[in-house]
Design a protein around this ligand. Structure first.
Ligand SMILES: Nc1ncnc2c1ncn2[C@@H]1O[C@H](COP(=O)(O)OP(=O)(O)OP(=O)(O)O)[C@@H](O)[C@H]1O
Ligand SMILES: [Mg+2]
Length: 223
């Protein structure tokens, strides 16, 4: 499966989630590729801090990267794409290459994300490729704040499902990445790691259901 973490907004946790979800999948024994589609190259820099990354990281921040990404992904069980902080051609390429687009959103502040360009780009892509799935994930949630019905209602209005898993604001996420580690390799990162595992498994379930659903539809059509 190919999963992209995308949001035109900066600092919402795309790179943090991409690296750690890749780590979870690698930890499960899968062959994982992480494509760094951001010119800032945060994921590539993270990988350069170590020589034993649990998954392959390649930098591929160009507008027409979809074809190359798909070709490379053939050699891996799972490919994760860390998207750029803008909604330009590269972001579009990331969407085109994906089975599932995860849109990390911060629950605080003025949440205009439902009408953001990234959401529009994903919806446009779904018109052409109905098998493309997506979901918002609440990222950097401040503990004890209420994310009530509002955020889920807004997500509903955007026509995009919101995943059950939520990622809290936890210092371990920032510290581990700064030191070139994954959250699974970070002492004191247990609760954070559990959130990542839950998120990864939820995404994987959605992708699998989607693939099986399509297979069933095909079988029905054949009959
Ligand atoms: N759940 C979290 N808890 C604590 N810190 C976090 C969390 N998620 C991200 N951060 C920190 O917030 C900053 C931005 O996160 P990150 O780089 O993952 O966002 P991004 O969406 O990839 O940003 P950009 O758009 O610039 O690529 C980083 O310093 C990171 O360590
Ligand atoms: Mg990033």
């Amino acid at each position: 499966m190919i999963i992209a973490f995308l949001n035109q907004k900066g600092g919402v946790g795309k790179t943090t989630l991409a690296i750690n979800v890749a780590a979870r999948l690698a930890g499960l024994g899968h062959r994982v590729l992480l494509i760094d589609a951001d010119k800032q190259a945060s994921a590539t820099t993270w990988a350069s801090l170590r020589d034993d990354a649990p998954f392959q990281v390649v930098s591929m921040a160009r507008p027409n990267m979809a074809r190359d990404a798909l070709k490379m992904a053939e050699s891996y069980t799972h490919t994760i794409i860390d998207g750029p902080p803008h909604a330009e051609e590269i972001a579009r390429s990331c969407i085109v290459a994906s089975d599932f687009v995860v849109l990390p959103i911060e629950p605080s502040g003025l949440s205009t994300w439902a009408s953001d360009l990234t959401v529009r780009q994903v919806r446009e892509a779904q018109d052409l490729k109905p098998s493309l799935k997506c979901g918002f994930v609440v990222s950097r949630k401040i503990r004890k704040t209420v994310i009530g019905r509002d955020i889920r209602k807004m997500a509903g209005e955007a026509g995009i499902p919101i995943l059950k898993s939520e990622i809290e604001q936890r210092v371990g996420f920032a510290e581990s990445l700064t030191m070139g580690r994954t959250i699974y390799e970070w002492a004191g990162g247990k609760a954070a790691a559990a959130e990542i595992s839950q998120l990864t498994d939820e995404i994987a379930r959605h992708v699998e259901e989607n693939i099986h659903g399509r297979a069933k539809t095909k079988a029905t059509v054949k009959r």
